[in-house]
Design a protein around this ligand. Sequence first.
Ligand code: COA
Length: 439
Amino acid sequence: MKKWEMEYKSKLTTAEEAVKRIKSGDKVVFTHAGSEPLYLVDAMVKNAESYSNVTISNLVTLGKGEYSLPQYKDHFKINSWFVSPCVRQAIADGYGDFTPVFFHEVPNYIRRGIFEIDVCLAMVSSPDEHGYCSLGVASDYSTEAIRSAKLVIAQVNDQVPVVYGNTFVHVDDLDVIVEHSAPVPEMKIPVITETELAIGRNCALLVEDGSTLQLGIGAIPDAVLASLTHKKDLGIHSEMISDGVVDLIEAGVINNSRKALNPGKSIVTFLMGTKRLYDFANRNPGVELRTVDYVNHPMIIAKNNDMVCINSALAVDFMGQIVSDSIGTKQFSGVGGQVDFMRGAAMTLDGKGKGIIAMPSVAKKKDGSMISKITPFIDHGAAVTTSRQDADYVVTEYGIAELKGRTLKQRARNLINIAHPQFRDELASEFERRFLTTF
Ligand code: COA
């Protein structure tokens, strides 16, 4: 038996025993998104009564997030670095909290101890013959969390794919091992509406053959991809990808052949989709996962050619201030990689990068009424995610507004022209009140 195999055996235990190693007051982090070890998280929640003030931090979660339910509030404290739907209520009700952070800075915050980690709950593949396990669908901050945590409890899951890049950890890096086979957490593929398809078609007008793409989360990225089937030689340098990218790779539209950086490879920091995506990435030399301080670093993004970054927003004001992570004082999601990519695109060495904010022109409020997402002023208490200096293109189903280098009045006019027709007169009147000139 090899040395690592003996070590592996000596570290094996059950989930119930493993989570007893978490102590009151510990700061606990999970590996990210589809890499969240749901089996260990469940065991930790079941053991809640024996903890007080255990802080839970993570970004996107595909789990149920039961630790954030009110009955556990003395046992678990939420400090979210990106608010997933399941933790939103805890933050709104005051017993959870949120830390705004650029995604690319998370590994550095961990290294510097700004984000302290006592325990990392990780999910990894079965080890290979050399004792290396793959984190599978996440590299992002997950690899750094494993390196920095004082205690690493790992769920070894033989259904985790082996994805190349910076995803490997050695059995030596794991302190406690729990074997449990389970499907990798999946994200439901959103149904694309007519409005999203129209937004996708408008975004596609800004994508040239040979462009390198970054796509955010949700239905709009999939709608954009559906409008790109006639393009050639597209590349991927993206925080995440979902199933839509697989269609375009299989169709030969995305081949990464003209990428200036990492040609021939789709470079991503995490994968989030269905089993189809995870199977596609398994042992596929065309897909590489790198840590988020590489993929999302604006200076790395800037080395790509014809970079087109597409993300979404909740609201945009007349000046082009982009609100993407809060609705008034309510923390809705997080900064994620939006600013990383907006800035990276602006810094591209070829000077051709485009930062696109793509969103429907209207949203439905809780009371069922419609509001314009293009607004004269941001809501009281809302946070600006992307500043007006960083804003570049805003796209709705009604067209494209160019903002870079535009004056306040030009910005407002360009934005009102792509607002929903039902709100344009009202917005034009606001324009006249504010700028003391005719629209
Ligand atoms: N005022 C009030 N409510 C609004 C609103 C506004 N201006 N805009 C949207 N909403 C509501 C919607 O009606 C919807 O409500 P529902 O959940 O009850 O249906 C909800 O907010 C979500 O809106 P939707 O347009 O469906 O959001 P989405 O899932 O497409 O996500 C963002 C959009 C902006 C929240 C998301 O892209 C995000 O979190 N971005 C920030 C991080 C980022 O860009 N990362 C990029 C790299 S992955």
